[in-house]
Design a protein around this ligand. Sequence first.
Ligand code: NAG
Ligand code: NAG
Length: 209
Amino acid sequence: MNLLFTIAASLIAKRPLLNIGARFLATMADALKTHEVIPDVIDTVPPAIVKVSYPSGVSVDIGKELTPTQVKDQPSVEWDADSSSYYTLCMTDPDAPSRKDPKFREWHHWLVTNIPGKDVSKGDVLSDYIGSGPPPDTGLHRYVFLVYKQPSKITFDEKRLTNRSGDGRNNFSIKKFAQKYNLGNPIAGNMYQAAFDDYVPKLYKQLEG
Ligand SMILES: *[C@@H]1O[C@H](CO)[C@@H](O)[C@H](O)[C@H]1NC(C)=O
Ligand SMILES: *[C@@H]1O[C@H](CO)[C@@H](O)[C@H](O)[C@H]1NC(C)=O
């Protein structure tokens, strides 16, 4: 069926766009390949996209550039969830300190586990949300959102990380984390890119405690 027609019909019927056009969503997820999230972060194309909307009014749209100012506050996140399952949500930056020289890959920005269905607010926060803070002159960084379906509720032994410090955030690997807890491959993904702006120094202040 004509894609635009499908979207228009969905909008008229006020059905959530998230639930239509599985093939279209898979194509968007495939765009993660273009941005080399595969293989830099994960090995497989997630079968769906995760919808990420910021309080500033912007949404994540695979690869599209956003500013640190626009993403400073925790977004709302939505995916096709099974209400009787638990999920893990991660946001991670493989380009720390820069895409050219990613020696601290990955710097993870957000890690929430044991999310019942899609109710992120009821999950166990291992790492508080921290917005983008790409250092000056390090170009665009990729910020990748991934959702994993957990085999069950899990006890995680990671240290809880607040949004008042950057300690423990770098040298992370969501792939290794997923392996450690048998989370399998991500079921949904998305990403944006961002470069330094004048919000970043404020964020660094916040991380000083
Ligand atoms: C930091 O995290 C706390 C607790 O999760 C939250 O209440 C606060 O709004 C966050 N601050 C910022 C600047 O994100
Ligand atoms: C992170 O990895 C870099 C490069 O491999 C290493 O020099 C550094 O000590 C590591 N940092 C931590 C906190 O493990």
